[in-house]
Design a protein around this ligand. Structure first.
Ligand code: AQP
Length: 509
């Protein structure tokens, strides 16, 4: 076992007690390996690299935590911070562009999240996730002391990766814009899958179809109606349980619009000018005359969507992080204005790795309905096949015998996400790097994996196609539950700001 020998040499020099765990299978990430071995997430040690003005720093935290990057920025006293991508790590000399136990070297500034020392041991990956290393806390502390490190408090629990004995998120909420006919795998892995998992473990989950947000782009009545119905049916096929989650239409709960009007007063114009959705349009050449106010105000309505339900967490893709953070800003400003801790600050719950921002089939931009660079879930087989077969791969590989690049290659990112046969993925990656497999075979195998992974959801979706009654029942039931909470919140807000009082006739008509 080469890994073992290398580790033995490395660690024997440091005189650290350790245990090597043979996972017996290759996994694409530590999370999957821990899950497979039934090891608690809290023992998993994540090693992250961040780019800052003065170079690269390493941060050690736990698998069950998410990093609060705003806080990290404050602690490091820097203006710029961004997690280093695999490609950047590769350029910096980290083998395969990945971090592991061997990456811990004294030439880096090393920061350790204090929660790492709250558990008795850590488990982390070696060169790959095929072998893990387990180290007792005291031993780890000794090892890190020799390297030099600073202990900081910089994370919060990631509810998607909590051990079953440690769930502390009670309420979650998220929405989806019905701006296209069907969901794509980016929506699924970035948001819908975690949402469906969360509904099983939290006390309250609210999911909604954001029909008012869709008006920024969908302004044909029939198209919008069709998108809304398809959206709810897609969710049912993907595992929505209406007994566990309230699923409703945004427009069925008027409090969303009422709160948006109020919240607009606690956020400056300059903040909204910095929001991605608006900035992206401008950068793509749109003029002020071509951008509607719905798009500009979108983050305020989104803040209202969220804050009404006072959720602890908002499961979304990376592209929505900024909007959830704006909701936190607005909540904080509102609370400060009235000297009350009224709105809890919601955490963006974002997947780690490629799921957070699934790349599009053009290999350039994030997968988006409006960009058409998608792989669908429920389309006809022929369409899905065509989407996969036309996917961008390694542009420098002209013949199947040329060694290809796997890192950052969309087709392999999709394999990692979709293909449940991890041995097949490993074999394809190896052969691709050696120039022993053609793009066609890699894509055909991905198509087969897609059909396998989504077969029961596709079957269910076929059965409920066009069932408007089912969609309507779920939306009505969901709206009832949502209105109860939302109306209470808006009453409380009106009371706080001075609108709901003995002079108010609001409830009389
Ligand atoms: N490529 C993606 N990777 C990971 N997550 C994604 N999401 C969207 N695209 C990706 C997440 O899916 C949820 C619902 O998204 P949405 O439809 O409400 O809005 P969106 O983010 O604008 O999605 P699209 O496909 O890009 O729509 P268009 O093209 O209409 O703007 C969100 O949680 C989102 O983060």
């Amino acid at each position: 076992m080469n890994e073992n020998k290398k580790v033995k040499e490395f660690l024997d020099n440091l005189k650290i007690k350790y245990r090597i765990i043979d996972v017996s299978k290759e996994f694409s990430c530590l999370t999957d390996a821990l899950r497979f071995l039934n090891i608690k997430y809290r023992y998993g040690l994540k090693i992250l690299a961040y780019k800052i003005e003065r170079g690269i720093i390493l941060l050690l935290t736990r698998e069950d935590r998410s990093v609060d990057e705003k806080r990290l920025k404050q602690i490091l006293n820097v203006n710029f911070i961004e997690e280093a991508s695999n490609n950047e790590l590769l350029k910096l000399g980290f083998p395969n562009g990945k971090l592991n136990f061997f990456s811990l070297k004294s030439k880096f500034e090393i920061y350790v999240d204090s929660v790492v020392f709250d558990v008795g041991k850590i488990v982390t990956n070696l060169d790959s996730n095929r072998f893990l290393i387990e180290i007792e806390r005291e031993e780890l502390e000794r090892f890190l002391k020799d390297l030099g490190f600073r202990e900081i408090e910089v994370s919060f629990p990631n509810p998607l990766l909590q051990d079953s004995d440690n769930i502390n998120i009670k309420t979650v909420l998220s929405g989806i814009t019905p701006s296209g006919k069907a969901l794509h795998i980016g929506n699924y892995y970035g948001a819908v899958k975690p949402q469906m998992e969360l509904q099983k473990v939290v006390d309250r989950s609210y999911y909604f179809v954001a029909d008012l947000h869709a008006l920024t782009t969908v302004q044909k009545k029939e198209e919008l109606e069709e998108c809304i119905i398809n959206n709810i049916l897609d969710f049912i096929a993907l595992g929505l349980d209406p007994n566990k989650s309230a699923y409703f239409r945004q427009s069925d709960v008027p409090a969303h619009c009422q709160l948006a009007i109020v919240l607009a007063n606690y956020i400056p114009f300059s903040f909204l000018k910095r929001m991605h959705a608006f900035k992206d349009k401008l950068e793509k050449g749109a003029t002020y005359d071509q951008i509607n106010m719905g798009l500009f105000n979108y983050p305020i309505l989104m803040a209202a969507d969220i804050l009404l339900y006072k959720p602890d967490g908002v499961p979304v893709g990376e592209d929505q992080r900024q909007h959830v953070e704006l909701s936190r800003d607005i909540a904080e400003r509102f609370n400060d204005t009235y000297g009350k801790d009224f709105f809890p600050l919601p955490e963006p719950l974002i997947q780690s790795g490629f799921s957070a921002k699934v790349i599009g089939t053009d290999g350039k931009r994030k997968m988006s309905k409006s960009l058409g660079n998608v792989i669908g879930i429920f389309e006809e087989e022929e369409i899905i096949k065509q989407q996969i077969m036309s996917c961008y791969t390694d542009p420098n590989r002209i013949r199947a015998t040329d060694p290809g690049n796997v890192e950052g290659n969309p087709i392999f990112i999709y394999h990692d996400l979709i293909n449940d046969d991890k041995d097949e993925v490993c074999d394809l990656k190896r052969r691709y790097e050696e120039g022993k497999v053609g793009d066609v075979e890699v894509k055909e195998k991905l198509f087969k994996a897609h059909m396998r992974t989504f077969s029961s959801a596709r079957e269910k979706r076929r059965k409920i196609a066009g069932n408007k009654d089912l969609a309507k029942d779920i939306l009505c039931e969901g709206a009832k539950k949502a209105r109860e909470v939302a109306e209470k919140s808006i009453d409380e807000v009106y009371e706080i700001i001075g609108i709901e009082n003995e002079m108010s006739c609001r409830k009389m008509y």
